[in-house]
Design a binder for this molecule. Structure first.
Ligand code: F6P
Length: 345
């Protein structure tokens, strides 16, 4: 069996370990021939690939980024899975002699995997995203690394913030779900964590910041990039306008910090952590999770379990139907937010 491995979407620490796990199991144990497409679907359509064998994956688990590269190029022109677009994938597979795909990616990629499976293309999903917002799995690899980096940023911002009696606002990633903000904020003891799932008003946020000041402390506010400020149209915060309706140059933190300063009179500074969260070495947890995901995916291909995704359930990797995984975004439930929200201020 000849298997094509492909990475799509934003990179996520642990992708190399997942490739290594899949290749060592797939080639050495299951007897597959495996190839890796460069830069996602671009490499597939342009025939740009490398052979994946023991040598190709030697020592890559601790490496950040991904040896194959990744891109947000969709396999279907304009993102439309028309019958002609699906047929083009099937035709190209035949030309390359591919029997099935291992697709490493987040929500978008797994949705594509599900569409392909329904069209008769054998595909198995390996879930990755630092946002941890994919259904069908307890955690995605990359999340733990991103949280560790964000928690360290909080530790560092806290000392400088306290020295200057400033309110420090840290923006972390999380377009649709606030998992990074929640976990990093909890680990770093932030006084306010703002997430896309639960909008708050500037008045409420300012009240928390002032109550921290009244206790003689300086506030650390963690905000996910997709957070919506109550009373400000959703689009203004996320999609290019700041709280005053002006074109937004930075992130949500750049909108919030001046508003907090204006409402509290406390000097406030913003830090947008950005892609630092996706770079560098994966944590040991992410390496282990990714390796196990790769191994499970290779075995699922051997067993013909196409149309599934290797998700983490408790401490077991289980193959869940792709349709279940992509059905719904995994957002932070109220009960999890309540655990931290009670301590705000
Ligand atoms: O999907 C993961 C993610 O890290 C989001 O949190 C963020 O909005 C996005 O990727 C950033 O993507 P890009 O690398 O294309 O700027």
């Amino acid at each position: 069996m000849r298997i094509g491995v492909l990475c799509s979407g934003g990179d996520s620490p642990g992708m190399n370990a997942a490739i290594r796990g899949a290749v060592l199991r797939g080639v050495e144990v299951n007897g597959f021939e495996m190839i890796g497409f460069m830069d996602g679907w671009r490499g597939f359509f342009e025939g740009d690939f490398i052979e994946l064998d023991r040598l190709a994956v030697r020592g890559i688990s601790p490496l950040g980024g991904v040896i194959l590269g990744t891109s947000r190029v969709p396999p279907f022109p304009d993102g439309n899975a028309t019958p002609a677009a699906l047929q083009a994938v099937i035709t190209r597979m035949a030309e390359l002699g591919i029997d099935g795909f291992l697709l490493i990616g987040g929500n978008g990629t797994q949705t594509v995997a599900e569409l392909l499976t329904r069209a008769g293309v054998p595909a198995i999903g390996l879930p990755k995203t630092i946002d941890n917002d994919l259904g069908g799995t307890d955690y995605t690899f990359g999340f733990d690394t991103a949280v560790s980096i964000a928690a360290e940023a909080i530790d560092r911002l806290r000392t400088t913030g306290e020295s200057h009696r400033r309110c420090m606002v840290l923006e972390v990633m999380g377009r649709d779900a606030g998992w990074i903000s929640l976990h990093a904020g909890m680990a770093g003891g932030a006084q306010v964590m703002l997430i896309p799932e639960f909008p708050e008003s500037i008045e409420q946020i300012s009240e928390w910041v002032l109550s921290v000041r009244d206790r003689g402390r300086s506030s650390l506010v963690v905000v996910a990039e997709g957070f919506k400020l109550e009373g400000v149209a959703h689009a203004t915060v996320r999609d290019g306008l700041d709280g005053f309706g002006r074109p937004r140059l930075g992130g949500v933190a750049d909108v919030l910090a001046p508003l907090i300063e204006q409402h509290t009179g406390i000097e406030t500074r913003a830090t947008v952590l950005g892609h630092v969260q996706r770079g560098g070495l994966p944590t040991a947890f992410d390496r282990v999770l990714a390796t196990r995901t790769g191994i499970a995916a290779a075995d699922a291909a051997r067993d013909g379990q196409w149309g599934t995704m290797a998700g983490l359930t408790g401490d077991q990797i289980t193959m869940v139907p792709l349709a279940e995984a992509v059905g719904q975004l995994k957002t932070v439930p109220a009960a999890r937010y309540d655990e931290v929200r009670l301590n705000f201020g």
